[in-house]
Write a protein that binds this ligand. Structure first.
Ligand SMILES: Nc1nc(=O)c2c([nH]1)NC[C@@H]1CN(c3ccc(C(=O)N[C@@H](CCC(=O)O)C(=O)O)cc3)C=[N+]21
Length: 300
């Protein structure tokens, strides 16, 4: 069998199209322009590239983009002061603080200082608790993007066996909550899981989010299963020339694609959906802040 490739890039373009429609409606009918503030501390080159691409897409869908670049040695007090300012700014509907932060800054404290209503990453403890109890919340972008692709592919996820590999607060745990919310039987596997291959082989849905290049081989995959590869790992690619690198996922693509029913590629899978969902969350936050009906199909 050869898997259907789930085209995250094309899917993300559709989501951004829907976001753009809602932005246009907010502007014409309510004179509101959604705004997203992105805060980057330090000069990590990969983060800079990523923040630039978010800013570009934010503007492309018609929203306002506010970028705040702070020195790597910015104090916690200064960062918290900026967050307070953004919390109080009515033109800012979404706030994203790019992670990871430099070691001298307390990530939990900083994230929990964001107004939960503007927490478009869905990382604030209040949003985590709302999601875990099935209440309306801001949903983390990467798991939301994965859920949208899974719903699109399967229709209903009810009763399916889902295995999430990875237990991070950013992906693994919220992904498990979303799958549970759609009535999957959910297993969260991690580095201490006994017989990981055996656990993964039971799954109708495999979400790999560990950050270890190509760690899931095709012979762990149940024939016909859906594989969502969240990993984005840059590895050396001497076959492409000296000093060259390439991106790979947490799954070994070629062997998994031989067995799976459907699979997301890296790049062009989950990554673009993450950014599209960030924009979707910003529109959702803007609608909620203004008491305007929020878009359908862009939240969990
Ligand atoms: N507060 C916070 N929220 C985040 O959502 C967040 C973060 N911090 N810190 C960094 C990570 C990383 N991340 C990516 C999103 C999209 C791509 C993406 O679109 N990747 C392309 C490839 C990009 C390339 O070619 O390098 C793809 O997979 O096709 C990558 C990485 C969001 N993050």
């Amino acid at each position: 069998m050869t898997a259907q490739i789930i085209d995250g890039k094309a899917f993300a373009a559709k989501v951004r199209g829907k976001v753009a429609e809602h932005v246009a409606r907010l502007k014409s009918e309510h004179s509101i322009t959604p705004g997203l503030a992105v805060v980057l501390v330090g000069e990590d080159p990969a983060s800079q590239v990523y923040v630039r691409s978010k800013g570009k897409m934010t503007v492309e869908v018609g929203m306002n983009s506010y970028e705040h670049k702070l020195e790597a040695d910015t104090s916690q007090a200064d960062l918290l002061a900026l967050i307070n300012k953004l919390n109080a700014d009515p033109a800012v509907h979404g706030i994203l603080v790019q992670l990871p932060l430099p070691d001298h800054l307390d990530e939990d404290l900083v994230i929990n200082a964001i107004d939960p209503a503007k927490d478009v990453d869905g990382f604030h403890i209040s949003n985590v608790g709302l999601l875990g109890t099935g209440q309306k919340s801001m949903v983390p972008c990467t798991p939301l993007g994965c859920l949208m692709m899974l719903r699109d592919h399967h229709g209903s996820l009810s009763g399916l066996d889902a295995v999430v590999i990875g237990r991070s607060n950013i992906v693994g745990k919220p992904m498990a909550q979303l799958l549970l919310g759609d009535s999957c039987t959910v297993t969260i596997a991690h580095s201490r899981t006994r017989d990981l291959p055996g656990v993964v082989r039971r799954a109708d849905i495999v979400v790999a989010a560990v950050g270890r290049p190509e760690m899931v081989p095709g012979d762990w995959i149940k024939p016909g299963a859906t594989v969502i590869d969240v990993g984005i790992n840059r590895i050396d690619a001497p076959e492409n020339g000296e000093g060259k690198t390439r991106l790979v996922g947490d799954c070994h693509f070629d062997s998994c694609a031989e067995v799976a029913g459907a699979i997301t590629p890296v790049p062009g899978g989950v990554g673009p959906m993450t950014i599209a969902c960030l924009l979707a969350n910003t529109v959702t936050a803007c609608c909620r802040a203004n008491g305007v009906p929020e878009p359908e199909g862009l939240t969990a």
